[in-house]
Structure formats: structure tokens, C-alpha cells
Design a protein around this ligand. Sequence first.
Ligand SMILES: [Zn+2]
Length: 134
Amino acid sequence: MSYEIEKTEGEWRAQLSPQEYHVLREAGTERPFVGEYTDTKTVGVYSCRACGSELFSSETKFESHCGWPSYYAPLAEDRVQYIEDTTMGMRRVEVRCARCGGHLGHVFEGEGYETPTDQRYCINSISLTLRPAE
Ligand SMILES: [Zn+2]
């Protein structure tokens, strides 16, 4: 797969903290309930921490109580990429940044949350940077 933003692993390592690198480039998962945006209600836009592409809006963030920031839709469908993930013995759909390929989290659907899409984009805080609205 090719992305608009392509960097070598060494370049990513130099740019990102070890924790950011682990999640964004190695598809790691942050521990639940510790991410800086889990309960954030600030109005603003969440961008990819690796490349700055705007990915999610606070308008679609909802309280899922799952321990990670949750959104019911991306800012625009072309901002993210979906990849089937069968690691850990489960069939899940991985969500990546469409611009740099950075791992964001997973999307689940049909869980019964009272949101317009019945989807939960379960995203690692460390993959995002919140820019509060003016
Ligand atoms: Zn990105």
C-alpha cells in the first residue's frame, strides 16, 4: 500500500515518541482508561498525531465507557482506511489514517449504542492530537 506521506521506519522513530511509534506504526493498543482523550468533551478537531490529517470531530465523539475515545463517524470517509484484522483470534476492522497509514484503532458496529450510525470508532488517544475550536 502506498500513502501520500511515506517515511522510513527510522524517520518515524525520530519524529514519534516510543509510545506513539508503538501504536501508530506497530498497531499497538493503548491501555484502556489512561489515554488523554478518553473522557474529553472539548469542542474541536482531532488530527493524526503522525501527519496532521484531520480525522475526527468532537461532534461525533460519544461516551462509550469502553476506555478509549469513541466516535460514531470519521470527519470524512476518505480520511480513514479500513483493513480487515484477524490477529488475536478475532475478526476486527482496523482503522488507519489514509494519508500516512498510521494505526488509529478499530471500528465496531451493531453494538447498540444510541448513535446515528451504530458504529464505534475505538481510537487510541495517542494516535490523535486535539485542536480545540477557537
Ligand atoms: Zn496520518
